[in-house]
Design a protein around this ligand. Sequence first.
Ligand code: DAH
Length: 356
Amino acid sequence: MTDHLETTLLAEINAADSLDALDAVRVKALGKKGLVTGQMKGLGSMSPEERREAGPALNQLKNRINDAIAAKKAVLETAALDARLAEERLDMTLPVSPRSQGRIHPISQVLDELSEIFADLGFAVAEGPHIEDDFHNFTALNIPEHHPARQMHDTFYMRPDETGERKVLRTHTSPVQIRTMQTQTPPIRIIAPGRTFRSDSDATHTPMFHQIEGLVIDKDIHMGHLKGCLEAWLSAFFEVEKVKMRFRPSYFPFTEPSAEVDINCTLRDGTLIVGEGDDWLEVMGCGMVNPHVLTACEVDPNIYQGFAFGAGLDRLAMLKYGMTDLRPFFESDLRWLQHYGFQPLSVPTLAGGLSS
Ligand code: DAH
């Protein structure tokens, strides 16, 4: 009986032509309701003498079946692997299909460079909405209604909403100063790069352009900190040992005192070199945050002071990378981007990543 069972099962194991078929034989023999299992259950109703003989014999049968299954399994697995290897053979001599490679837009590149420089200086990046309300874009920045400074910005106004409020496309990144001071407690160190909008268009002005704002609020902050900070990031950005700076007294409603900052440059063989020579180039506005602005944000000007600055991001890109016309920045002409764009893999940047 056991002999016959063994011969049948071994034949079936031998005949199994797939792992599934082999497993079916295993279940048939050794599963819960399997034939060998059934016989083992029968041991319980035998007399002790019968059991002494049948028990070891059944155990040995079970072991032989198990061994046969394991051996067959190894054979089938090797065959399956061989078949897969034969099927998946790759022809390494085939030429690869060409992959088109995108470019990093100069604005993204410059934004990455500046984010890294300011991260090293301990600044976080802050953001604000493109559609701003009058309070954040003007009033809180000490530009009340009917103030002549409002005319300095060629503002795009939205249609009045149900309440009669007219939102604006932010004319500068300075409203992010307000939003940051309203939501964070000093010390504050942020840059706010982003899009800005003014109704203006020529070779160096487009209706949409980019600025980068900086804001530092803390105790005992003075103009020396402002100068040191600007010198550090301008030198790092233009990749010179130490850029020469000139502060020209100026006026911005949100800073007092205010200054415009020039850096040294020279023209060599028709190319503008920043950080060398004795000519001057205007790069940004800055100053000590006006106490009215602090008060509007509920920051106590008797405890805290700060400085702020704002620069044109597009202009910084043009100066660093020698582009003279701003308009093609936003025309999405791929030929221009191929020429002026940056290789994603040449320099590790936030936009380009380390690998892709
Ligand atoms: N918001 C100014 C503009 O668009 C630039 C500016 C000047 C920003 C001085 C500042 C600043 O934060 O302190 O012309």
